[in-house]
Design a protein around this ligand. Structure first.
Ligand SMILES: [Zn+2]
Ligand SMILES: [Zn+2]
Length: 185
């Protein structure tokens, strides 16, 4: 069965976390499970930057993945980065099973604007689909409306649509079929 495993990395408001898992899995066309035990991101803290190393988190998630899920996605509210970049919205291992998404810079309040829970949720879904897309082997997509289009700012995210384009969707489906076959053989 195609199951995406969701893990809280640090603390996320529980209804947001569950809604995000539910909405994302539905768009991918997969089942989901929620890992009971959140992952404390402290091991990935870069003390000199006050940020957390996303590559270390992804590696840890990969080790945590349960054998009956096809992908594992960590959702965090802490600020994450890879050491050569100021920050990242998320990171995934291309064609591998693990990804992490940070809500930190998806909040309107991060930019000194009034909180907007609906907008936060939309961005969180888009970014989770994006990172999952990388785990399905997708690169960045030239289609501006596709969730796989690359974004460096939240404005870029807001210009995208809420789903994969036809071509990216075909790759996701192929990948799910392969995961299904691997599980049943
Ligand atoms: Zn990307
Ligand atoms: Zn696309």
């Amino acid at each position: 069965m195609n199951i995406i495993e969701f893990v809280e990395v640090g603390r996320i408001p529980s209804d947001l976390f569950r809604r995000l898992a539910d909405a994302t899995a539905q768009i991918v066309g997969a089942h989901y499970m929620i890992r009971e035990q959140p992952l404390d991101p402290f091991f990935a803290l870069l003390e000199n930057r006050g940020q957390f190393n996303s590559t270390d988190i992804v590696t840890r998630l990969r080790d945590l993945k349960s054998s009956n899920s096809m992908r594992i996605v960590g959702i965090t509210d802490v600020d994450i980065c890879i050491p050569i970049l100021t920050f990242v919205f998320g990171e995934a291992q291309l064609g591998c099973c693990a990804a992490v998404v940070s809500l930190h810079r998806l909040h309107q309040d991060f930019y000194g604007l009034p909180p907007d829970p609906d907008l936060l949720f939309r961005r969180a879904v888009q970014e989770t689909l994006h990172e999952l897309g990388h785990t399905f082997g997708l690169h960045h997509c030239p289609d501006y409306a596709c969730v796989m289009h690359s974004s460096t700012t939240v404005d870029d995210i807001d210009l995208k649509g809420d789903d994969y384009c036809v071509s990216c969707r075909a790759t996701v489906e192929k990948c799910k079929d392969r995961a299904q076959q691997a599980a049943s053989s």
